[in-house]
Write a protein that binds this ligand. Structure first.
Ligand code: FAD
Length: 406
């Protein structure tokens, strides 16, 4: 079967390499990544790796022995270029490697703020273990942290920094946190929880610049559009990600937001597959979709590996995601794009557990479940099998959720 080269050594790349072996690829497998660690779990970066004393060794997806035993060569380098005509990839250290099959698992990177002061020391982004290590080194000498962006990563980071005893302000340009991803009821819930934990939340607050501490080159405050200055010993910016599509684009592969793949994970070049955060595909229920989720990256990687081994499977997995903040476990099934109705089960204005169901033309398309694992399982099942739901029963805590599946 020759040589399989996988670019990007994180959730998608690690899963894809492992799956290639178990699907019967008996030639070389080379997994190339530009981070200094073996593939590690990224979700803990804003959670335990930031807030607790876990080491990176505790977060590796698989240990060294696994790659040795499976004869998967892990190569630390950056891929600079793909030469499709020659079927080679060119690395930053000058080496070039030929491939018979290639997989792109290049993921995504944080959107950068291009505003005055963005280059000051103490202005961070949070994606990699190295990002977190730099932030952690700043914590002991700091009292006040400002987080720009009230999305999942911003809110998780706020919870972690509170745990470390910092005074935390979240600054969000929209009129509510989680505005892009949840219903207003869910946004209000998370605002209430964070404020009860002592986090300051500023909505309708656009950041226009960072002010330095005279002469030190370090950030000292965040400037808002209305002129107000919010003091900060350091800042973490979490305003979304962009897929890493440049390699694919320069190689002439189809790109539309992410790298375009078919239901078998193939790009516009049949020798090249792609999986994970860098990928756009057509979902039967949700249309054009690019997901940023560990379970989806794993699922897409499995499909791509099977395709590389000449086996046909298709991407059919249901999108799902989770977020941990304080003692709360939010689990999300499906995508709520285009919902017309929200049904609440439980009261998010008073409780610490509830489910928010999203309906479109009477059909369930997504659910946000806070400390409600049964409602999450139920929603996954309904979505996977396109089952009908009864609005009144969904809202009625006296009707057991599972009884609707009967
Ligand atoms: P990535 O993890 O982005 O990995 C891509 C890798 O490729 C990187 O190591 C990158 O450096 C490397 N690379 C890129 N270009 C090249 C190149 N040219 N040469 C060599 N290497 C290259 N998801 C959840 O489901 N639940 C959560 O709770 C959750 N929490 C998160 C918290 C944080 C702080 C972050 C940042 C993300 C979180 N996510 C969560 C999202 C999840 O981490 C991503 O969906 C997942 O990491 C996607 O995996 P991936 O392999 O596609 O891409």
């Amino acid at each position: 079967s020759g040589r399989a080269v996988v670019i990007g050594a994180s959730h998608a790349g690690a899963q894809l390499s492992a799956q290639l072996r178990s699907s019967g690829w008996d030639g070389d497998i080379v997994l190339i990544g530009d981070e200094p660690y073996l593939p590690y779990h990224r979700p803990p970066m804003s959670k335990t790796y930031l807030a607790d004393t876990v080491g990176i060794d505790d977060l590796l997806i698989r240990g060294t022995e696994f790659y040795d035993k499976q004869n998967i060569r892990v190569r630390r380098a950056r891929v600079e270029r793909i030469d499709r005509a020659e079927q080679r990839v060119v690395l930053s250290d000058g080496e070039s490697l030929s491939y018979d099959r290639l997989a792109l698992c290049t993921g995504a990177r944080p959107v950068r703020l291009g505003i005055p002061g963005a280059e000051l020391r103490g202005v961070y982004y949070l994606r990699t273990a190295e990002d977190v290590e730099a932030i952690r080194a700043d914590v002991p000498g700091s009292r006040r942290a400002v987080i720009v962006g009230g999305g999942y990563i911003g809110l998780e980071t706020a919870a972690s920094l509170r745990k470390l005893g910092l005074d935390v302000t979240v600054v969000e340009a929209a009129d509510r946190v989680l505005q892009r991803v949840t219903a207003p009821e869910v946004s209000d819930f998370f605002r209430r929880i964070h404020e009860a934990e002592g986090v300051h939340i500023r909505t309708d607050a656009a950041v226009v610049g960072f002010e330095g501490d005279d002469g030190t080159g370090r950030v000292a405050a965040v400037r808002l559009a209305d002129g107000e200055m919010v003091p900060a010993d350091f800042v973490i910016v979490g305003i979304g990600v962009r897929p890493n599509v440049e390699l694919a684009h320069e190689a002439g592969l189809a790109v539309d937001d992410g790298i375009v793949v078919d239901a078998q994970g193939r790009t516009s070049d049949p020798r090249i597959t792609a999986a994970g955060d860098c990928v756009t595909y057509h979902d039967v229920r949700y249309g054009k979709t690019r997901l940023e989720s560990v379970p989806s990256a794993g699922e897409q990687a499995k499909v791509a590996a099977a395709t590389m081994c000449g086996k046909e499977t298709t991407i059919s997995a249901l999108p799902w995601f989770w977020s941990d903040q304080y003692d709360l476990k939010l689990q999300i099934a499906g995508l709520n794009t285009g919902y017309d109705t929200v049904v609440l089960r439980g009261d998010p204005t008073t409780d610490r557990e509830f489910a928010c169901f999203y309906l479109r033309a009477g059909e369930l398309i997504a659910a946000d479940c806070v400390n409600r694992p049964q409602e999450f399982m139920f929603s996954k099942r309904v979505l996977a099998q396109s089952l009908p739901v009864d609005r009144d029963a969904l809202a009625d805590l006296d009707v057991p959720i599972a009884s609707q599946l009967a």
